[in-house]
Every structure is written in structure tokens, then in C-alpha cells.
Design a protein around this ligand. Structure first.
Ligand SMILES: C[S@@+](CC[C@H](N)C(=O)[O-])C[C@H]1O[C@@H](n2cnc3c(N)ncnc32)[C@H](O)[C@@H]1O
Length: 434
């Protein structure tokens, strides 16, 4: 089969239904695949859908561990491997982390054999690039329908994806040089980077599972909007569920966000351009006030002025900035330096401070150099709520608990202004399951 499978949209829909099978399709019929005015193919509602309703469930083509987990997980069942000092690598010498149960099962044997044949140069180390490559190697083992689906997905061309394969090749003494196989890997890397979902597959935090990276043929057709009408969660490592965050009318395109909801417009634009190769022109992106949230805002650089500055043009990545009070205009280069300063100062603290120092820093220091609406400060507050809801031994003062409640109320108000509806972030903040 040639690399890249050209298929009409109706035939792609048939193939996806074949992949999902009748049992899964039974309660999975609120959607259809059509050409999208946003880009290529998209998913559309065939009936009115309520907020909170499940729109669709999708079954992965392949899954694998992510490279960024702070704790090692089994690369087959994704359960966290408790004691990192214990021998957690595959007993047969492929170098991948594996739990006791999966090391005795058969699911890992084919990829294990390949890894051993390619000879990892550092077999006693767990190398992040190789963890990320597991999901790509598994594309070799797809059945006919699943392979056709993989090759029918959009796969953006990017020189960094070639680097990704090169870096993997350098980790092995005997990596294949066969052109067909390398092209298949290259294509699979591009398809993953364009379409894959990453997330925790332990929604209830009961199974002790880590983060997974997976490619879903139907959910890969979801286009992006910065204020989306749908969100997702992993029901298991192989199952992705898409839910409506607000009521969706029959005929409306179902869209998710590829970025974090609380990022500023410039941050989202840069991320989408660099990683997904498009410029978003949704209503949120063209509103300089960012739905009245002023997530980009920085203090005016004019001496004596206490106003806030926002980017004035919405189409460029290097806009001029204008003060809403004194109307001074500053070039992006100057404001970008100032934004970087705020970002680095706050992020350095996030990584190094205790929770109580972080609260003091947010309340007493940040207002001197960063408007409260700026997305970096918003993310810092989110981080405090997250750490406080996870802390099991620390005892907080009444004052600190009040701060947490205030941050929560501010964040919920922000999500309301953005029209984010019943999104996963709102649920996590409300239920303190961040
Ligand atoms: C996950 S795919 C979405 C499905 C894709 N439309 C297709 O036909 O397979 C992601 C790609 O779709 C395109 N895309 C998604 N949302 C878009 C939007 N709002 N505006 C322009 N292009 C978009 C971009 O090229 C992006 O890299």
C-alpha cells in the first residue's frame, strides 16, 4: 500500500465504523463526518446534543507511554511502577519499563524482539525518546483496516519530525536502514504529532495508571476552536470519550481545543502555528479583549501610567501593544521581553516554592509587575489549587484556605467569560480533582 491513503470522506466514515464495530456504534450515533469549512474533514452533530452529553467514544489505533512522565509506568498496561530503584526494565533486555504481570504476558513480545534486535545502546537506562517511540513501533503491527485508517489521517510535514526519528535511531546500535520502514515510521510520527491525544488514563485516580499517548481515527478528525463546544477524557488507555461542554445544535461542527483554555491569544497562536501549522481565526482570536478576560495584559511601560497594555492587531504574531489608559503604543519586541520576565519569574517560583510561599508571592509580589488578568498569574493560581488539593500531610491556615477559595472563584469566573461551558477544567476546579 502506498504511504498516504487517499480516501473519500464517505468511505473514510465507513472504514471508521468498521473499526469501531457494531457494539460500540450502538450508542455512538450523534455524529457524522463531512467536509469542514475550517479545514479538511470534520465531525458534525446529526441531532441536538445537550451540555455534558457523550458525543462519541473512539477506540485507539495504537497507544504508548508519553516521554514526560515524572514517574515510570509500565509500557503495556500503563500502571505506575512503584519503586524506581527496583528492577523495572524488561527482563529480556529490550530496555523498556514493564510491570511484573506484563513481563510474563504475550502483548509485549513482538516489540520486545524488535527492540532487542535493534540493540539499545544504553540498555540499563530508560530513555524518554524510546518511550515515545513505542506508540510508533506499534503502528507496524496494525491490521489492514487500522493501517488504512492511519494512512488516511492528516500528517503534517515538519522538519522536527525527521529529527525525532533521527534521535531514536541514534539510541540503537542496529536501527533498521530499510527505506520503506523508515518512511513508515516518519509518516507515523507525523500522524501522531498532528492528531494524537495525550492524557491521564486514570480519571478516577483509583487505578494508579500514568499518562498515555494514543491515536484515535475518529477523534483525529476533530478540528480546533479556542472556545470549543467539546472536551475529551480517556475512559481507558484505548478509549477516548468526547463530551459536549455546551448545547450543540444539529448540523454544528464539533470542535475541541488543541491548546490550554487559559492561555493568552498570542500564546495559543504561537503554539498552533508551531505545532499544528495553522492560524486560528475564531471569534476569541480576533477579539483584542479576549472575551473581556485580558489574559495577555501587561502593565503600561509609560512612566507614571498604571494602565494595562494589550496587543492591538490580532492577526500577527508580533503585534504592537496599546495602553487602554494613556493610549501609548509599544512594539512587540519590548512587550515580549516584559512578558518573558513575568513568565520566568513566576514559573521559577512555581517550581521551587512551598505552597505558602507561593501564595505570599502571588498576593504580595506579583501585583507589582504583572496584572492579575495575565495568563501566567492565572496559571500560577491554578497550580496553587492543584498543589493544595493534593497535599495530604500539610496543614493550611484559614487565611490560605480562603485564598484557595478566592482563586477558585476567580478561575471559574474566567471560564464563564470565555464561554468554556462544562469543560473538564471547570469540573476539575469545582471538584478539586486537578
Ligand atoms: C487533528 S487534524 C483535524 C482534522 C483534519 N481537518 C482532517 O481533515 O484530517 C489537525 C489539523 O487540522 C487543521 N485544522 C484544525 N483546526 C483548524 C482551524 N480551526 N483552522 C484551520 N485549520 C485547522 C490543521 O491543519 C491541523 O494541523
Amino acid at each position: 500500500m502506498p504511504l498516504k491513503f487517499n480516501i473519500s470522506t464517505p468511505n473514510l466514515a465507513k472504514l471508521i465504523k468498521l473499526h469501531l464495530g457494531p457494539e460500540i456504534l450502538k450508542n455512538n450515533n450523534a455524529w457524522e463526518i463531512l467536509e469542514s469549512p475550517l479545514s479538511g474533514r470534520g465531525i458534525f452533530a446529526v441531532r441536538d446534543i445537550d451540555a455534558g452529553e457523550v458525543i462519541l467514544s473512539d477506540i485507539a489505533l495504537t497507544t504508548g507511554p508519553t516521554s514526560t512522565s515524572h514517574q515510570h509506568i509500565c509500557c503495556v498496561c500503563y500502571k505506575t511502577l512503584e519503586d524506581i530503584d527496583r528492577d523495572i526494565q524488561c527482563k529480556n533486555g529490550c530496555s523498556l519499563p514493564l510491570c511484573e504481570l506484563c513481563s510474563n504476558g504475550s502483548s509485549h513480545s513482538t516489540e520486545c524482539e524488535l527492540f532487542r534486535r535493534w540493540k539499545p545502546k544504553e540498555p540499563t537506562q530508560i530513555i524518554p525518546q524510546l518511550l515515545r517511540f513505542v506508540s510508533i513501533v506499534r503502528c507496524l503491527f496494525l491490521g489492514d483496516t487500522q493501517r488504512k485508517l492511519l494512512l488516511a489521517l492528516q500528517a503534517n510535514n515538519d522538519k522536527y519530525y525527521a529529527n525525532e526519528l533521527q534521535k531514536v535511531a541514534q539510541c540503537f546500535a542496529n536501527f533498521p536502514s530499510d527505506r520503506e520502514m523508515l518512511e513508515y515510521f516518519q509518516y507515523s510520527i507525523a500522524a501522531f504529532n498532528t492528531n494524537a491525544f495525550e492524557g491521564s488514563c486514570d480519571r478516577q485516580q483509583m487505578e494508579n495508571r500514568g499518562r498515555v499517548r494514543a491515536l484515535f481515527p475518529l477523534a483525529s478528525l476533530l478540528n480546533h476552536q479556542c472556545t470549543p463546544n467539546a472536551d475529551h477524557y480517556f475512559d481507558s488507555p484505548e478509549t477516548l470519550v468526547i463530551i459536549a461542554t455546551r448545547p450543540i445544535s444539529k448540523g454544528e461542527e464539533i470542535v475541541t481545543s488543541y491548546t490550554k483554555l487559559l492561555w493568552s491569544t498570542l500564546m495559543r497562536k504561537m503554539f498552533l502555528k508551531m505545532t499544528k501549522h495553522f492560524e486560528c481565526c475564531c471569534p476569541r482570536c480576533v477579539d483584542p479583549s479576549e472575551n473581556g478576560t485580558y489574559l495577555s495584559a501587561l502593565f503600561c511601560r509609560q512612566q507614571g501610567c498604571k494602565g494595562i497594555m494589550i496587543p492591538v492587531q490580532t492577526k500577527t504574531l508580533q503585534p504592537d501593544w496599546r495602553c487602554l489608559t494613556c493610549e501609548s503604543v509599544f512594539p512587540h519586541s519590548k512587550m515580549a521581553r516584559y512578558q518573558d520576565f513575568a513568565l520566568n519569574t513566576i514559573n521559577n517560583r512555581i517550581n521551587a516554592c512551598s505552597i505558602s510561599d507561593m501564595i505570599t508571592f502571588i498576593n504580595d509580589m506579583c501585583p507589582r509587575f504583572c496584572p492579575p488578568s495575565n495568563y501566567v498569574l492565572v496559571e500560577a493560581k491554578l497550580n496553587v489549587i492543584w498543589r493544595m488539593s493534593r497535599a495530604t500531610t500539610e496543614v493550611f491556615t484559614e487565611e490560605q484556605l480562603k485564598c484557595k477559595d478566592r482563586y477558585r472563584a476567580e478561575l471559574l469566573e474566567l471560564l464563564e467569560k470565555l464561554g468554556a461551558g462544562e469543560c473538564t477544567l471547570k469540573k476539575l476546579i469545582t471538584e478539586e480533582r486537578l
